[in-house]
Design a protein around this ligand. Sequence first.
Ligand code: NAP
Length: 289
Amino acid sequence: MAAIILDGKQLAQSVLTDLLPRVRTLRARGIAPKLTVMRIGDDPASRSYIRAKIRACEQTGVMGDELVLPASTSQAEILARLDRLNADPLVHGVLVQLPLPRAVDPHAVAARIAPTKDVDGLHACNLGQLVQGNALLQPCTPAGVLRLLDAYRIDVSGKHAVVVGRSEIVGKPMALLLIRRDATVSVCNSKTPDLGVFTRSADVLVVAAGRAGLVRADMVKVGAVVVDVGVNRLTSGKLVGDVDAAAAHTASHLTPVPGGVGPMTVAMLIENTVNAAERAAPGGLQSTA
Ligand code: NAP
């Protein structure tokens, strides 16, 4: 039987629609929620990701702004720009699009964004709160994955969840969120000797390695829930995930690429921006997050 497709595109639209009244309330109080995305250099994939983010902003009444700096910009200049955005009361969310030029330290950049405006959830304060289970701003991709699982009433409690990939932006926070939901979590990396041993024992498999075809159908347990975070562009120009499409005949649920995790990541970013704007409002505003 073919897997149920976890439709991130549709759910992301409904998340964005749910934000409309919250943005209207903010605007009625004279607050225009604003996200600034900083792009350093001219990576074509970054340009297209940012376009999607700005489009989602426009859909919800959030102001979306792209700040473009040349690839040669020094780290000191980037940090100075971040200081200005941190100090600007009209900006509620700040995101620096990855990847950064080689000479720039991603930890220094993440550390410089004010935790209250850190809508990517990568500041040590927000990641630390994630460990404690009370993060106000959670990393968008893992948060989007959980929201997708919730929407399809997939309960991970008591299940073996396997996360392939241990990056700070996806794999590690994903593992933390799954642990908080009472899953038993294994996290694999490029040195894991026999990946299939882990993936085949997963009730819930989240793959975020950035390797097309890494997980073949025979590496997926029958009836598993498979979340494919990977985005890979083949030489043909086609976008594919990390999981072979044939896994749709083994898994019970599967996210498509594109149209699965990607749109959810964007929706969580806009939701984080609205959360940040509500918290910054004088006297605060009730957040539904
Ligand atoms: P990353 O920083 O390059 O991390 C990749 C992780 O995968 C690393 O931990 C790496 O292990 C692990 N890995 C690589 N090859 C492996 C293998 N053969 N077996 C097991 N683990 C392996 O990438 P990322 O930023 O986490 O992104 C991962 C993928 O998700 C990329 O395709 C990216 O484009 C995509 N992504 C999608 C979204 C979305 O919204 N859909 C958002 C973010 C990222 P080591 O640590 O040992 O090197």
